[in-house]
Structure formats: C-alpha cells, structure tokens
Design a protein around this ligand. Structure first.
Ligand code: ADP
Ligand code: ZN
Length: 741
C-alpha cells in the first residue's frame, strides 16, 4: 500500500489529463516529499495555501507545495478537506524550507514543522466581546448599584473597550458583576479583534549619532531602502553604539512598510534590550521564543502572517515565522553558540538567516564585538561588507585586563580567589563600586568523591560527573537532569562522612565571598538559581540599581547587560573553556571572556578585569591582556588554514546512537567501512563520543572532513545509502558541527 504517495514518483499514464485536479501537499512530519491529494470540486488552491488533509485515520495540516506529481491513480487519491483562511506561505518561505532541509540533510517536512509550529493560528481569530459604557443609560428600576457595579462603571469612564475579564480584574470583582451590568443595558457591547499589538513608530528620532555611527547608519539605511541581498558585518567594540545603529536599519524597513527581524541568542536574558527598543520606538517589539504561552504563540504567528506585526525579536525559531514582507534581518551577537540548534533539525540560525536573506533579496546585518571566525574571514575576503565602529560611545574607555598567574598568586587551600583578586575586590568595595565574579559553572562543586576509596559520583545515564547543588541539597546531572540526594556515606565503600566536594561552582565562590566580605551584599546569578525570565530581569534591575555589591555569575550575566557601577570583573577560571580542546575552544573562550570583560567600566568610571589562569602565556590570555583582537584572530585563522579546518575546510559529523551498545557499534563500524575515501574527503572514526553515554543512549561519532570546494551533502547521502541502519539506531547528521561531544 502506498497511499498517499510521494509526488516525485513519475506520473501515471494519462492521469494528469483526466478531470481530476491534484496538488502536492507537504506535511509537517518527518517526510522528505510532498504527497498528492485531490482537489475537490469547488475548491480553489494555490501554492502556499494551508490545507487540512487526511493521513491514515488522522487529519493533518499541510501546505500546498505545487501541482501534484501523479504516481497514484486518480481514483485512489484522498481529497483535501479544507483550505484555511490564512495568508498563504510565501514562495520565499517555501524555498527557505527546502533550502534548510537540503543543507542540513533534514526531511523537508521536519523543517516545515518549524514553520507551521502553531496550527491553531491558521483559524481566523474569534472576535472578543468587550464593553464600553452606554451613553446616558440609567439603571432600570430595582437594579441596585452595588459598590462592585459602581467600580466597574467608574473604570469605564475612560479608556478603550475592555473584555469582561479585564474589567473584572480592574474593578476587583467577578465577571458576573460585569455581565449583570450588561444585561441591565448599562454597557455597550463591541466586538474586538483579539490581537492588539503596539506599532513601533519609526518616525521617532533616535539619539544624535556620532560621525562614525551616522556613517554606519546611512550605509545600512541605504541597503534597506534599495533592497537586494547583502550581508554586512557590523563590527564594533562593546558600547560603541551598534544597537543604536542597527535600530536605524529597522526604522528604514518600517518606513518602507516592510518587516524587520532581530535575532538575539538568548531572548530570555534580554529584558534591557526590550525596554530600550520600546523607548526608542514607543512600542515594544513582538517577542518569539519558547517561553510564550500557547495563546501568545497563536496570536503572534497570525499577526506576523497578516503583517500586523512589523518587528519581531526572537530566538532562532523566529526565522521560520510567516513574514509576508521581510525587509531586513539583524543577527545580534552573531558569534554566539546559542544560535546552533543541536537537537531535532540541527542548524545554525545565523547561517540559515543569511540564506533566508539571500532568498528574500534583502540585507542582513551580523552584529558582534567578537565576530565568529567564519564571519570575520568572509568580511576580510569581501564576501561580506564590513562596517566598523572603533570606539566606545561617549569616550568610555575599554577596561584594563590583567592576568592573575595562579601558579604564583595562589589562593589558600580549598579557596579559589587569589590574593591579587581579593585585594582588587577590597579596593572596589571601598570605592563604593560593584564587582562581578564570573565562573561558567553552576552549582557548588563539579565533582563529589570519596576521600576513603576515591569513588566518584557519576550519572548512571551519561558519561558525566554529578554536580553538587548545595542550595538545592542535591546532586544533579547537567546533561539528563537526573537528581539525587547528597549521599551521607560512600555508595562504593560504605564509609560514613567521606564524600568531599572537588572544585568550585558559583555557589562555592559565593561561600568564599561571604567569608571574605561578610558585609557585602552578594548574590548568585545562574540559570538554575533564577526561575525564569522575570527573575533574571529582576536580578538585572537590582544590579543596575546598585542594590548588590558583588555578583557571582555564570554566562547568564555575561550577556549584553549594562551595569553603570560595575568596575571590576574577576574571572575565576579563565582556562575552563580551553580544557575540552575542540576546534573552537580558543575562539569561544576568547569571545566569552571578551564579552564578560565588556561588562566592566560601561559607565563613567573606568573598569578593570582580572583573569585567573594557569596559562598566562596562552594566546587567548595574551590577546585579552593586550586588547589585540585581530592579532588573535589572525593566529587562530592561520592554525585553521594549516589544518584545513573551518572556515577554510568543511566538517560534518555523524552521531550514531541507540540503547543497545552492540547495535550502535555495528552501525558505526559499517559506516566506517563504507566511508567515502578520496584525495580530498577524509572520514575520522568511528570513535566513542566524549559523551559516550547520554540519557541512556550509547553514542559513536564519525567526522567527515573536506575542502571548502566540496559539497558534503551529496557525499553523505551516497554514503548513508550504502549502509543498513536498523530502526532502533539513529544516525544524526550535523553539517558544520559546533559541538563535538
Ligand atoms: P553596543 O551595542 O555596541 O554595545 P550600544 O548601542 O548598546 O552599544 O551603546 C552603548 C551605550 O551608549 C548605550 O547605553 C547607548 O544608549 C549609548 N549610546 C550609543 N550611541 C549613542 C548616541 N549616539 N547618543 C547617545 N547615547 C548613545
Ligand atoms: Zn545524566
């Protein structure tokens, strides 16, 4: 039984000439091809229309992808059930789905699922009943004007019509009170369209720009106005006004009646950005990320599709929203690894955004103080344009970076802050300024071991140590989320009271800070100590308002926050990111530490940054201390070029995983034997992944390495076609891998 069938099959003889009209419909399921359906009489369909179609016993939402391809006898085709009354998916959006699918080697239907993520939004929104006060109406005889009723009417003295729920909340009463007033004829019903998004006002003037900023803004405005694809690297130190400048590009798109998309790596951490946008444009941008409620997702998706929402700021998935007329894309902090989606469809949102801009014929702006080497090389070779903002706005100077050599300047035993950093903290607090200690490690200690037998507490599901979270009184696996109580005795030798914490996490640093500076107001800022975006926002406010003296944080606090009183940043373990030693370890460490350092001295007072390291001679540390960004990039680029590594060569990873280690091993070995071999294409592995066990699945990795001139997708497709993969084993393809775990 092949029903419905793939549209790519050859058309059956004579089928297309018959009276039956057919369309190919792509379904948001892990399917590579669109399926044919019959168009019932009286229904008109065009490519891009959202439709409901039968699939086995179910009905699913799909998108008309084009004319049907034949292959299935006309009589056996199932009919399209209905067409949704929603703006169709644009040609650009459909080509984009296909492009992402082909590049990432993901089934097109699976990519489509990201674009049709809220099927409920396809239904026209139901108008909402709202009320105004009815002019001149008097309460009927016998209708008692209670306090609650009076309060509701008072609320309606001014303001727009509101729903019964809104009125009840404002007046502090139940909705029945509102209904009673309506029945008594005192309220005037009004039907509202439910979505009410504020419209940013592009005519509002921004700040007076400096000459450099103005030149940059003019360039971007020009690109948006004239349209056409181009990629621009907006390259400038933190605080140079990159955000102000790209707001001008947004304003230019709005002036043309087009939409703008801003991607931020972690929108939950971006409250300051949202406030700032609202101040600049008089209305908040519309957000798109995983924290939205179902209703918010539905309203937002629909309002983007109808063009009612002009500016979206979102996480990587915002790329797949149904923009009818996108005029510009901004990718802020373009180097951030949060743009790489690592599960489901594996894709890099920055790279896909460039493809989206190309397909749409629009400019895209990649923004960073520390661009990815990929982007830097593209700018150096003039494939991308570059606009530079060399100086901090208003003359603020970049912070002084000092290296604390932990081999000489040693912290006391079982403590982690060196004397030099302790002194700097003391001085900073004495000046009434703020300090931040950065350690990119959540919890109290990364490892718990038994002092008697040396047993280490490991996750049973993952190749990972369990991390002690002392505040939560738990051991936790940071990979699978497993939690267990802290053991009182060693599970291996049974000794009592021998389990000891090894190494520091932020909680342990906070303990040391409390010991050293008992008077100081200190707090931890990490994703697990703050419950969600609101808590993060509140913490950022408390820091900005100087309600805290010392903040101990993970990368949650490294992001673009602006803290005027923060003058000292201490990095507890600057070497941490270098230990894994993957391809981008040095680059990522440089970018992260540079960003952390950029938190210091953003106000009027100069900043100071201290990096604790055992490797002060390492190029990353040397570049940070000397402020020699481009020197570091050049060295890094030379090493990559030498090794034929990205961005000068291509990589693709295959990750083989499954619950049965023998089966996984067999597939991995088969893949190894079948690997493509040529003068240019090399395959490394199979090897056990560093995370050889993850969430109970055994993992093996293979890595394909090729010159830039080779298109790796067809090579991999051909390779996979020669190996049999049982259903219990999964082979994930990661084109341009960023994680090697
Ligand atoms: P970046 O995005 O490069 O880090 P921002 O755009 O955030 O820089 O600017 C840093 C700070 O300087 C912000 O508080 C911003 O409002 C301010 N600023 C930048 N340019 C100007 C300007 N031309 N006039 C007034 N304030 C500015
Ligand atoms: Zn685990």
């Amino acid at each position: 039984m092949r029903e419905p069938s793939a549209s790519s099959a050859p058309p059956a003889q004579g089928d297309l000439l018959g009276p039956v009209r057919r369309v190919a419909v792509l379904l948001p399921l892990p399917l590579r091809e669109a399926y044919d359906y019959r168009v019932p009489d009286g229904m008109e369909l065009a490519a891009g229309d959202y439709v409901e179609v039968p699939l086995g016993p179910r009905r699913v939402v799909g998108v008309v992808w084009g004319p049907g391809g034949g292959g299935v006898e006309a009589g056996r085709l199932k009919p399209v059930v209905r067409r949704f009354d929603a703006p169709p998916m644009t040609e650009v959006a459909r080509r984009f789905v296909e492009w992402v699918a082909a590049y990432t080697m993901t089934p097109a239907g699976f990519v489509l699922r990201m674009a049709v993520s809220v099927p409920a939004a396809l239904e026209p929104p139901k108008p909402l009943l709202a009320y105004l006060r009815r002019e001149g109406a008097e309460p009927p005889a016998g209708f008692k004007m209670t306090d609650a009723r009076t309060r509701v009417l008072a609320q309606l003295q001014d303001g727009p019509p509101r729903t019964p729920a809104e009125l009840a909340e404002e007046a502090g009463c139940g909705v029945t009170v509102v209904r009673g007033l309506a029945e008594a004829g005192l309220l005037e019903p009004v039907m509202l369209q439910p979505v009410r998004f504020g419209r940013p006002d592009w005519t509002r003037p921004g700040p007076t720009l400096s000459a450099d900023q103005q030149a940059a803004a003019d360039d971007l405005r020009g690109r948006v106005r004239s349209g056409g694809y181009s990629t621009v690297l907006l390259d400038g130190v933190t605080g140079s006004g990159k955000t102000e400048v790209y707001y001008e590009a947004i304003s230019a798109a709005l002036a043309q009646g087009r939409q703008a998309l801003v991607l931020l790596p972690e929108i939950a951490l971006s409250a300051q950005w949202l406030d700032r946008f609202a101040r600049r444009f008089g209305a908040p941008p519309v957000e798109w990320h995983s924290e939205l409620t179902g209703a918010q997702r539905r309203d937002t998706w629909r309002a983007v599709a109808t063009g009612e929402v002009p500016v979206v700021v979102g996480a990587r998935s915002a790329l797949f929203l149904p923009y009818p007329d996108l005029g510009v894309i901004i990718v802020d902090e373009e180097h951030d690894s949060a743009y790489k989606q690592e599960d489901g469809a594996i894709y890099h949102a920055r790279d896909m955004a460039v493809a989206r801009a190309h397909l749409g014929g629009i400019p895209i702006v990649l923004v960073s103080a520390t661009p990815s080497l990929e982007t830097k090389v593209n700018a150096d070779s003039h494939r991308y344009a570059r606009i530079a903002l060399p100086a901090r706005h208003g003359g603020a100077v970049l912070p002084e970076v000092e290296l604390v050599d932990l081999r000489r300047d040693r912290p006391p035993a079982r403590h982690w802050l060196a004397p030099g950093l302790r002194k700097a903290l003391t001085d900073t607090l004495a000046e009434g300024e703020q300090a931040m200690l950065f350690l990119n490690r959540r919890g109290y200690a990364p490892l718990t071991l038994c002092r008697a037998c040396g047993h280490r507490m490991q996750c049973p599901n993952c190749t990972a140590w369990l991390v002690e979270h002392r505040l939560a009184r738990k051991l936790q696996c940071h990979h699978c989320g497993l939690q267990q109580p802290l053991p009182q005795q060693c599970p291996n030798c049974g000794e009592e009271g021998t389990m000891a914490a090894c190494g520091p996490g932020v909680e342990r640093i906070a303990e040391e800070v409390a010991e050293l500076f008992p008077e100081a107001r200190a707090a931890i800022m990490a994703s697990d100590t703050l419950s969600g975006p609101r808590a993060i926002q509140e913490m950022v406010r408390r820091i900005a308002d100087h309600e805290l003296d010392i903040i101990i944080g993970t990368q949650v606090m490294a992001k673009g926050h602006h803290f005027p009183m923060l003058t000292l940043v201490g990095v507890v373990d600057a070497d941490l990111g270098l230990n894994g030693g993957d391809l981008r370890a040095a680059e990522r460490t440089y970018q992260l530490l540079h960003q952390v350092a950029g938190r210091a001295g953003r106000g009027e007072r100069p900043g100071r940054v201290m990096l604790q390291t055992f490797m002060p001679e390492h190029p990353v540390m040397q570049a940070l201390a000397a402020g020699d960004r481009d020197g570091f990039y050049q060295l890094e680029a030379e090493m990559r070029l030498e090794a034929g590594m990205p961005p000068f060569g291509r990589l693709a990873a295959l990750i083989v995983s499954g619950e049965d280690p023998a089966q996984v091993e067999k597939v991995a070995m088969d893949l190894g034997r079948a690997a493509p071999r040529s003068d240019t294409v090399h395959v490394l592995g199979p090897a056990p992944a560093p995370l050889a066990l993850l969430r109970g699945r055994h993992r093996r990795r293979l890595l394909l390495k090729a010159p830039r001139s080779v298109q790796v997708q067809p090579v991999i497709a051909e390779w996979l076609s020669r190996v049999e993969i049982p259903p219990a084993v999964r082979v994930q393809i990661d084109v341009d891998p960023y994680s090697f775990l």
